[in-house]
Design a binder for this molecule. Structure first.
Ligand code: ADP
Ligand code: MG
Length: 694
C-alpha cells in the first residue's frame, strides 16, 4: 500500500453494475433487464440465462471460482452459501458453468436461521431469489448475488423482502400525491438512504485477552479510567499509523465495491470512528451497509485491529450508532423534502412534511421498536445518544412556519406575512449543517430526515421498512382525501393545517437529554420505551399489525414471527452476557483478587512478626475481601437467576431485563472495586485505560 490508487479507475470495478451490464450484454437483454427494474416485473428465464453467462464470464475474469446467493436473514447479518462454477463435463474434465436458473434461484438450508416459528410448520428448506435491482459483485474469489430469502410457502424469512415491498408501497402512494399536484411525469418515487456508520477500533492483541469482548462484543466489566490519562506518544504514534493504513485500505476496498465511502477519524470517544457513504436508493443502501460492516471487520483483522460494531462496548464512553438519513426522491431526481422556490413546490413540500410528522407521531412506538435490541438499550436514554423518546427536530425556522400555519398567525420571518399554502413562498429554510441539535433522535436536516436511534450493529432494513410503510400509509390517506376534494387548494390547506395541529406534540427542538424533556414528553403523551422487551410490545398492537398487513409488507404470521425472533434474540444475548460474566468472575476476577489478598495477608503476617505497622495493607485487604465476598454471593445469585427464566418468550425477555441485567450491574460494581484495588500485575485482562488509550 501507499501506492498510487487511481480512484476513478477502481471505483465499482468489482461490481456487475449498470455500466458493465451495458457493455457486456446485448442491447435486447440489457433493455429487458432495465424494463424489469423499472416495472418491477420478474425476469424471463431466457434473459436470466443470458445475464448469467455474461456475469459468470465477467466474474471469472475477476478471479472468481465460486458464486453465492447472498441474503439477509433475521440474524441481522448476512449469510451466504458458496457453490463453485465447476461442473464435470462427463469426460473427466471440468467446465465453468452458471445458468440463469442458478442466478435467479437458490435453495439454502434454512434450518439454521431464525424463523420465529414460520418454518416449523413447513419444510426446513428456504429459497433465495435474485433481486435484480441490486448489483452482483465479486469479493474474495466469489461472485455475490444479492437475494431475497423466503420459505417454501413464500413467507419472508429475511429483511430484504419486506424492504422491497415497502419501497414499492411508498412509491405508489407518493406518486398518487404527485398526480394531484399535476405531476404527470414521475413514474416512481424512491426512498433514498445514507447510513453513517460508527465503530470502534482496538488492537487485536488487547481485544483477544478479553473474554467479554470476544463473546459479547462489549466489556461486561471495567473500572473507569483515571481522567486526563497521559498518552504514550510512541505507542500512540505507531497505532495511529496502523489506523490510518486501515482507513486507506478500507476506502479502497469499498470503492472497488462501488461504495462511495468517506472514513473519518473524528468521533466523540477515543478509538471511535465513523464511515459515511454517499446516499443511494434504500435497497442499495441497505445492501451496502451490510457489506460495509463485513469489509470493515475483515479489513481490520488484516491490520491487526478489531472493529467493534457493538452499540456500547464501554460503559461511560460514548456508544456507536448509525445515522439513517432518509428522504424521498422522484425518478427524475427531485427531492420531495426540499423546500422549493415556488408556492406550488412549497405546498408539495409541506404536504410531505405534514405526512411525515403525522406518521411518526401516530406510529412512534413501531418506529422505536425497529431499533430495539440488547446492545442499543445501553445507548438510548443513557444521556449521550438520542433518548428513547421519539421526537422530531425541525429547527426554529421551519417550526415557525408550522406554527404560523397552525395558528393562522403572521410568520415573523424575513418576509413577514400569513403563510397560506399554495400561495406564499416559504421563507428560506437553512440547512442544518451545523448539527445544532445532536440530541434529537430524528432531525430534519434541510432536505432529509436523520434517524439517529439506529444501533451501530443493526441492519438498517427494519427502520427503513417502517419509515417507508408509515409514509405510504399517511400519503394514502391524504391522497384519498384530496382526490375527493372539489377545491384542491382549500382541501390541502385544511389537511396540512389539521395534521400539524394534531401531531405537533412530536416536534421538539430542545435538549433531548434533559430530565425536563422526559417530563414534558410524558405530559404530551409521547412514549418513553426504555427497554427492548417493553418496546417490542408494538408488534402486538392491532394498529401496527393492520398497517403492515394493509400494505402487504407482512402477513400477520410474518409480523408475529418477527416479534418472536426479536424477543428470542434479546433473551439469548443477555443470557450469553450473564454466562460470560459468571465465567469471568469465577475464572479470572476472583482468582486474581484472592491471590492478591493472600499475598497481602502473608505480607501482613510477616510485618506483624517483625513488629511493623501495616494499617494500609490491612485496610486494603479488608476492602478486597468485602468486595470479593459480595462478588461471589452476587455471582451465585446470578447463577440462580438463570435457572428460573420463565418459559414464555415475552415474560423471559422482561425477566432478563429486570432481573438478570440488574444483577449483572451489581456484579460489575463489585468486580470494578476489585479491579481498582488489585495490584495491576495480578489483573487478568486489559483495563479501560489499556483498551481506550492504547
Ligand atoms: P454531514 O452530516 O457530514 O454534514 P451530510 O449531511 O451531507 O453530511 O450527509 C450525511 C449523510 O446523509 C451522508 O451519508 C449523505 O450521503 C446523506 N444524505 C445527504 N443527502 C441525502 C438525501 N437527500 N437523502 C438521504 N441521504 C442523504
Ligand atoms: Mg449525521
Amino acid at each position: 500500500m501507499g501506492d498510487f490508487v487511481n480512484i476513478p479507475e477502481i471505483f465499482g470495478c468489482d461490481v456487475f453494475n449498470e455500466a458493465t451490464m451495458r457493455k457486456r450484454l446485448c442491447s435486447e437483454v440489457f433493455n429487458a433487464w432495465k424494463q424489469c427494474i423499472e416495472n418491477g416485473t420478474s425476469l424471463p428465464l431466457d434473459v436470466a440465462n443470458e445475464i448469467a453467462v455474461a456475469m459468470k464470464q465477467w466474474a471469472i475474469e475477476k478471479g472468481a471460482t465460486h458464486y453465492t446467493h447472498w441474503f439477509q436473514p433475521m440474524t441481522g447479518i448476512t449469510a451466504e452459501k458458496h457453490d463453485s462454477f465447476i461442473t464435470p463435463d462427463g469426460e473427466g474434465n471440468i467446465i465453468m458453468e452458471f445458468s440463469g436458473k442458478e442466478l435467479v434461484r437458490g435453495e439454502p438450508d434454512a434450518s439454521s436461521f431464525p424463523s420465529g416459528g414460520l418454518r416449523a410448520t413447513f419444510e426446513a428448506r428456504g429459497y433465495t431469489a435474485w433481486d435484480p435491482t441490486s448489483f452482483a459483485f465479486v469479493r474474495d474469489g466469489s461472485l455475490y448475488i444479492p437475494t431475497c430469502f423466503f420459505s417454501y410457502t413464500g413467507e419472508a424469512l429475511d429483511k430484504k423482502t419486506p424492504l422491497l415491498r415497502s419501497i414499492d408501497e411508498v412509491s405508489r402512494e407518493a406518486t398518487r400525491i404527485l398526480r394531484l399536484f399535476g405531476d404527470k411525469k414521475t413514474r416512481r418515487v424512491i426512498p433514498c438512504v445514507g447510513a453513517e456508520q460508527e465503530y470502534f477500533l482496538l488492537p487485536k492483541d488487547l481485544y483477544s485477552q478479553r473474554e467479554d469482548l470476544r463473546l459479547t462484543g462489549r466489556t461486561l466489566f471495567g473500572a473507569q479510567p483515571p481522567k486526563g490519562q497521559e498518552l504514550d506518544d510512541h505507542y500512540f504514534g505507531t497505532i495511529r499509523n496502523r489506523v490510518s493504513r486501515f482507513m486507506q485500505d478500507l476506502d479502497e476496498q469499498l470503492w472497488r465495491l462501488g461504495v462511495l465511502s468517506k472514513t473519518k477519524h473524528n468521533e466523540a470517544a477515543p478509538c471511535q470512528h465513523e464511515l459515511a457513504p454517499i446516499y443511494t436508493a434504500a435497497n442499495n443502501a441497505c445492501d451496502t451497509n451490510q457489506l460495509m460492516m463485513q469489509v470493515m471487520k475483515k479489513c481490520a483483522a488484516k491490520h491487526n485491529l478489531v472493529c467493534l460494531l457493538h452499540e456500547k462496548p464501554f460503559a461511560g464512553v460514548n456508544g456507536s450508532g448509525k445515522h439513517n438519513n432518509w428522504s424521498l426522491s422522484t425518478d427524475g431526481g427531485k427531492n420531495l423534502f426540499s423546500p422549493g422556490q415556488t408556492p406550488a413546490q412549497n405546498a408539495r413540500f409541506l404536504l410531505f412534511l405534514a405526512a411525515f410528522i403525522h406518521g411518526i407521531d401516530e406510529y412512534q412506538d413501531m418506529l422505536r421498536s425497529t431499533i430495539a435490541g440488547a446492545g442499543n438499550d445501553h445507548r438510548l436514554g443513557a444521556n449521550e445518544a438520542p433518548p428513547a423518546i421519539v421526537s422530531i427536530f425541525l429547527g426554529d425556522e421551519l417550526t415557525a412556519v408550522v406554527e404560523s400555519i397552525i395558528n393562522s398567525t403572521n410568520y415573523e420571518g424575513p418576509d413577514k406575512g400569513l403563510m397560506r399554502i399554495g400561495v406564499d413562498v416559504l421563507p428560506p429554510i437553512p440547512k442544518d449543517t451545523t448539527d445544532r441539535n445532536r440530541t434529537s433522535p430524528l432531525a430534519f436536516t434541510g432536505n432529509k430526515f436523520e434517524f439517529r436511534m439506529v444501533g451501530s450493529s443493526q441492519s438498517i432494513a427494519g427502520p427503513n421498512i417502517a419509515l417507508n410503510t408509515i409514509m405510504a400509509e399517511i400519503l394514502a390517506r391524504y391522497a384519498s382525501e384530496l382526490e375527493q376534494a372539489e377545491d384542491f387548494e382549500a382541501a390541502l390547506h385544511t389537511l396540512v393545517c389539521r395534521s400539524f395541529t394534531e401531531h405537533q406534540r412530536i416536534i421538539f427542538n430542545g435538549n433531548g437529554y434533559s430530565k425536563e424533556w422526559e417530563k414534558e414528553a410524558a405530559r404530551r403523551g409521547l412514549s418513553n420505551l426504555r427497554s427492548t422487551p417493553e418496546s417490542l410490545d408494538a408488534y402486538l398492537d392491532p394498529a401496527n399489525i393492520d398497517l403492515f398487513k394493509k400494505h402487504g409488507i407482512f402477513t400477520e404470521n410474518e409480523f408475529h414471527a418477527r416479534y418472536e425472533i426479536h424477543l428470542e434474540s434479546y433473551c439469548k444475548h443477555i443470557n450469553i452476557e450473564a454466562r460470560t460474566s459468571i465465567d469471568m468472575v469465577l475464572h479470572q476476577i476472583l482468582p486474581a483478587a484472592t491471590a492478591y489478598s493472600a499475598a497481602l495477608s502473608s505480607g501482613i503476617l510477616s510485618k506483624e512478626a517483625a513488629g511493623l505497622p501495616c494499617k494500609a495493607e490491612k485496610a486494603l485487604a479488608k476492602t478486597l475481601s468485602d468486595a470479593a465476598d459480595s462478588l461471589y454471593s452476587t455471582c451465585q445469585e446470578l447463577q440462580a437467576d438463570l435457572e428460573t427464566v420463565p418459559a414464555d418468550n415475552r415474560m423471559a425477555a422482561l425477566y432478563y431485563h429486570s432481573m438478570v441485567l440488574a444483577r449483572m450491574e451489581t456484579l460489575r460494581q463489585a468486580a470494578d472495586i476489585l479491579e481498582k484495588y488489585t495490584d495491576k500485575s495480578y489483573w487478568p485482562y486489559p483495563t479501560y485505560s489499556d483498551l481506550l488509550y492504547y
